[in-house]
Design a binder for this molecule. Sequence first.
Ligand code: F6R
Length: 366
Amino acid sequence: EKGGYEHFMLKEIFEQPNSIADSMRGRVDRKNNKLTLGGIHEYADHLAEAKRIIIIACGTSWHSGLVAEYLFEEFCRIPVEVEYASEFRYRNPVINEGDVVIAISQSGETADTLAAIELAKSKGAIILGVVNVVGSSISRVSHEGAYLHTGPEIGVASTKAFTGQLSVLTMIVLSTAARKKTITDSKLKDLLSGLENIPEKIKKVLRKNDEIEKISEKFKDAKNFLYLGRGYNFPVALEGALKLKEISYIHAEGYPAAEMKHGPIALIDEEMPVVVIATRDSSYDKIVSNIQEVKARKGVVIAIVTEGDVLIPNMADYVIEVPQCDEALMPLISVIPLQLLSYHIAIMRGCNVDQPRNLAKSVTVE
Ligand code: F6R
């Protein structure tokens, strides 16, 4: 059942080239430069005309919601709020008739997310579900939605569901942008072919598994970890830190790299590994400065860089290369080495990666 892998988590990490292809099957039509999301049909215009979008989720799903916020704002010019379901539901949120809520949940059973949806629905919001488990509670209470089609996720730490969510949310954003005409045909074409190339690029990253395992060995006894990213890679930093915490029990924090000097920089010394997601994108120069700041304080830098980068390998202690792609799609790729890093560190610490202590696959209590 684990398909020759030692753990479900590893199997699911390695399944991602296929699971992402599955999430796009029948939806991306590159020839006609079109996207078809059968599940969002009646409310597609409503979404395109929304004055604002509220995204509701928990945990890893909340991280994919953050990426979606950046995508919606960039390509659709729609303001987005990304909310922790548990906070949203208890704070008398402002919800107007016709507001669009996108609820993201792997299991479709998360109690807080479900309750937040019901609250929003009772005030007249339109609920679109981005869910993996077919027929789950959240899929049933949503007005419409899109399934991930990534197959069952067994490991408690979410991996292929996260990339499945990114893939589906990207498709929702791009089809909305096409409807609104806030994206040019040529940009849409670039991104659709970019999406189609993601599985091959992930395969390339997966081939670095042994290299990542060797790097992991150096950090198995670390007490703390910091993860930094900017732009589209900021939510990836949060996700990398969450993965490490939940399966290896090492304290880790994710931060937008520029926030470092507003506090966390005080933590940096030779004992502090700092994972910096520093792929070539519009904030590259800024992230290079952030790496210099960490190195000046003797932090140990593990950098995720774009293939062929010559600058950062001279500054960082360890580098992991990933293939180039449009920055809007980069989280689909840059998260992969972080998943592997936390997996190997957890295994080396003797942790039960598929069933970490105190965690449940679906959180049906609030
Ligand atoms: C992280 C993880 C949790 C879930 C969260 C939401 O690896 O598994 O943080 O992401 O409990 O669960 P879903 O997506 O099922 O609503």
